[in-house]
Design a protein around this ligand. Structure first.
Ligand SMILES: Cc1cc2nc3c(=O)[nH]c(=O)nc-3n(C[C@H](O)[C@H](O)[C@H](O)COP(=O)(O)OP(=O)(O)OC[C@H]3O[C@@H](n4cnc5c(N)ncnc54)[C@H](O)[C@@H]3O)c2cc1C
Length: 479
């Protein structure tokens, strides 16, 4: 029997796994998908919000600002990309200036440091691409950008190093209360048991909660669509540029990404299907039009792809966190919509302290705090590249030309603990396929490496698991 089962290997489940790996507990993370960070965590704005948006007194108000302040240290310990680039909320109308004031006051109550209101002129001095119509802006120096999937992988790898088990490709299909905990049905016929369950199942956290509790809730998927621009547009703005928030959320932003691209989006549309990640012409037109209000001459010809993500919202608007009253030992970290990525490290501390209290857990003396990521050939000096190639010639073979990703990096991404098993798994860990050609050149080579490394035929290699095989057989195989 496990002490703790965590359902969901997104940013929330992985943050919790790493946090409770500091205790002497037998812990396992299960996820229905074949890889880490396969749900909402893989597609969002990737902003480490400063924390002025959420109402004081809510989980969001408390945990966003707290989580933000944890990123600097975490990113150093776990070697994932994070940049404190700061953010601006633009105001286009003199009458709306008081809304900026309210945001600043709210932020200060939430504990956000350094908030300042700038004039339109000062804002344009800071960011010359900003529209002439801007009359003022709220500057938040603590706002940042991060790579959400690299962060999740880093947390999960470190949790694994500290003894947490991971069972990927295992869907929880039922949960029953037993005398000293819970029994979970995985896929069709596997049963595992645990004293404590943590529900970090994102869009499906309602289903998981509703298996055991009479305090039911309902997740409403809220879609957000994006356009991603080529790196040639990556310096268009330095800070993350928001507009004043509306009832629908934080609105359309324009931001550099931590990897040097430019990103615009999202819109905000409630939908029914939790798997519907299609982008739409109306959605993309909307975000482009909105982004044009903030920024002059947005280089739309540099858009290389579009994508969407689904927020796991509920009708009350706040995260659902805590031990469920009618189900002792069942803890929700549920309905974690935006700013869930930013809040995840703080959510993990709250959940870990509940777990510690229930199980009377003791601290591990030999907890390993640090983890090293995959080497980034593209970021090395020529001297460092030469040394690396001499020690392993696989680093001398470029597989993804757009992003300059080598065979050595791809093999490392597959071989390391919790390594990639799919094309998307390699992409999340190395960026192979994320460049201007959008995997046109490297897919076949990544597929070939995966087939050899995993010792499976090329026809069994998938894009993301399930039925996403790229090849189905040999051309003219009967000739
Ligand atoms: C458009 C958009 C923009 C956003 N922008 C930001 C932002 O800029 N900053 C920010 O802080 N936050 C942002 N967010 C929010 C942030 O992305 C989420 O809060 C966060 O990713 C949620 O992580 P999670 O781990 O709870 O969920 P997920 O990443 O969805 O993980 C849940 C996991 O549970 C697994 N699972 C589900 N059901 C089962 C089952 N039955 N059995 C086993 N496993 C199961 C899934 O496979 C999945 O891997 C944004 C979200 C969206 C959609």
């Amino acid at each position: 029997m496990y002490d703790v089962i965590i359902i969901g290997a997104g940013i929330v489940g992985s943050s919790i796994a790493r946090e409770i790996s500091k205790y002497n507990l037998k812990v396992i993370v299960v996820d229905k998908d074949l890889d880490l960070a396969s749900g909402t965590t893989k597609a969002n704005s990737a902003i480490v919000h400063a924390g002025f948006d959420a109402k004081p007194g809510t989980f969001k108000g408390e945990l966003n600002a707290k989580g933000n302040l944890m990123f600097e240290k975490l990113s150093k310990e776990l070697d994932f990309p994070f940049k404190k680039n700061g953010s601006l909320v633009l105001c286009f109308n003199e009458n709306d200036k008081k809304k900026l004031e309210l945001l600043r006051e709210q932020g200060e109550i939430n504990g956000v440091p350094g908030l300042e209101i700038l004039t339109g002129e000062d804002t344009r001095k800071m960011e010359p691409s900003i529209s002439e119509n801007v009359v003022a802006a709220l500057l938040a120096p603590s706002g940042g950008i991060v790579c959400p999937y690299e962060m999740t992988i880093a947390l999960a790898e470190n949790a694994f190093t500290n003894g947490v088990e991971f069972k990927l490709g295992s869907q929880v299909n039922d949960i029953k209360k037993i005398h000293n905990g819970y029994s979970l049905l995985l896929n069709e016929d596997e049963v595992i048991e645990s004293k404590v369950i943590i529900n970090a199942a994102g869009l499906y956290s309602d289903v998981i909660n509703n298996f055991v509790s009479d305090e039911k809730f309902n997740i409403i998927p809220r879609k957000g669509e994006y356009c991603l621009f080529d790196k040639s547009a990556g310096n268009f703005v330095k800070k993350t540029i928001f507009q004043l928030p509306t009832k629908a959320g934080k609105g359309v932003l324009v931001t550099p990404t931590v990897d040097g691209n430019l990103l615009i989006g999202p819109n905000s549309v409630n939908i029914e299907d939790k798997e519907d990640l299609d982008t739409t012409k109306e959605g993309l037109d909307y975000i482009i039009d909105k982004a044009k209000l903030s920024i002059k001459d947005i280089p739309t010809r540099q858009i290389i792809t579009s994508f969407s993500g689904l927020r796991a919202s509920n009708k009350n608007g706040d995260f659902i966190i805590g031990e469920v009253k009618d189900s002792p030992g069942f803890i929700n970290a549920a309905s974690i919509d935006s700013p869930g990525l930013t809040s995840a490290p703080a959510i993990a501390e709250v959940v870990a302290s509940i777990v510690k209290g229930i199980l009377k857990a003791t601290s591990k003396e030999n907890f390993i705090r640090e983890r090293k990521g995959i080497v980034k050939f593209r970021e090395l000096s020529n001297k460092e590249r030469n040394t690396l190639i001499k020690s392993n010639p696989e680093y001398g073979r470029i597989v993804c030309r757009c992003e300059v990703i080598t065979e050595g990096e791809i093999k490392d991404s597959i071989r390391r603990p919790l390594g990639a098993k799919t094309i998307d798994g390699v992409k999340k860990r190395t960026r192979a396929g994320m460049g201007r050609c959008q995997a046109g050149f490297c897919t076949s080579r990544v597929l070939d490496i995966l087939s050899k490394e995993l010792n499976i035929p090329v026809t069994k290699v998938t894009k993301f698991g399930r039925n996403s095989n790229l090849l189905i057989g040999k051309n003219k195989e009967n000739l």
